[in-house]
Design a binder for this molecule. Structure first.
Ligand SMILES: O=C(O)CCC(=O)C(=O)O
Ligand SMILES: [Fe+2]
Length: 213
């Protein structure tokens, strides 16, 4: 493990303890950002992304009133995807060593929000009823401007007070406790690419209520 990683894990762990979330717009040199940008463009061009669902709800009309992104889960069979998954596994171990959260595994998907797409305010997990405990979002959009929409709004526990307004700019990374922070994606004015992921605990008793998307 490099010293930069160790320092980053310290910073993320401290932020999680202090405020329950962490975010940085400083690009991580160890993340294969350019390769991931190419990969998501390629998947999109190949029509390999599919409309995301919500929980076990297969009502597509309802779904599209809540979220309009297209997704594809990352796999180890592609080098860029594997490098991202490996980086997140390093973070998983780094956090476990510092905070004893018992993070067991990690899953993540590419997301493409076409023009006009959004994701209404939601929680990624419900207290005591999930094995998703920590959310990550990593953005892949060069030169995002404030007037292009698509910002991620992160709210306090009650969902009535704005904590952060995050531009989905390349290299920006957000990590937050999944059951604590309601958040939403504002309608985007340009194609918006990201990777959303979840660290999970091994709580198979409750696993069935996790959204499968
Ligand atoms: O792309 C983002 O900024 C957040 C996406 C999100 O909230 C989710 O996929 O659950
Ligand atoms: Fe979310």
């Amino acid at each position: 493990m490099s010293d930069t990683c160790s320092a980053l894990y310290d910073t993320i762990a401290d932020a999680l303890v202090d405020q329950g979330y962490y975010f940085t717009s400083t690009a991580q040199p160890d993340l294969p950002t350019a390769a991931l940008q190419q990969r998501i463009q390629q998947l999109d061009a190949e029509d390999a992304m599919h409309r995301a669902g919500i929980g076990r709800d297969q009502d597509h009309q309802l779904n599209s009133n809540i979220r309009r992104d297209k997704i594809r889960w990352l796999r180890h069979s592609n080098a860029a995807e594997a490098a991202y998954l490996d980086w997140m596994d390093g973070l998983r171990q780094g956090i476990n060593r510092r905070l004893f959260m018992g993070l067991f595994d990690y899953e993540c998907h590419f997301a493409h929000y076409p023009v006009g797409a959004f994701y209404k305010q939601h929680l990624d997990a419900f207290k005591g009823r999930t094995n998703r405990v920590l959310t990550t979002v990593f953005y892949l959009n060069d030169h995002w401007q404030k007037d292009q929409g698509g910002e991620l709004l992160l709210y306090n526990d009650e969902g009535d007070h704005l904590l952060e307004q995050v531009l989905p700019e390349t290299g920006t990374l957000l990590v937050f406790l999944s059951d604590r922070f309601p958040h939403e994606v504002l309608p985007t004015q340009r194609d918006r690419y990201s990777i959303a992921g979840w660290f999970r605990v091994n709580n198979s008793l409750n696993a069935q209520i996790d959204p499968p998307t």
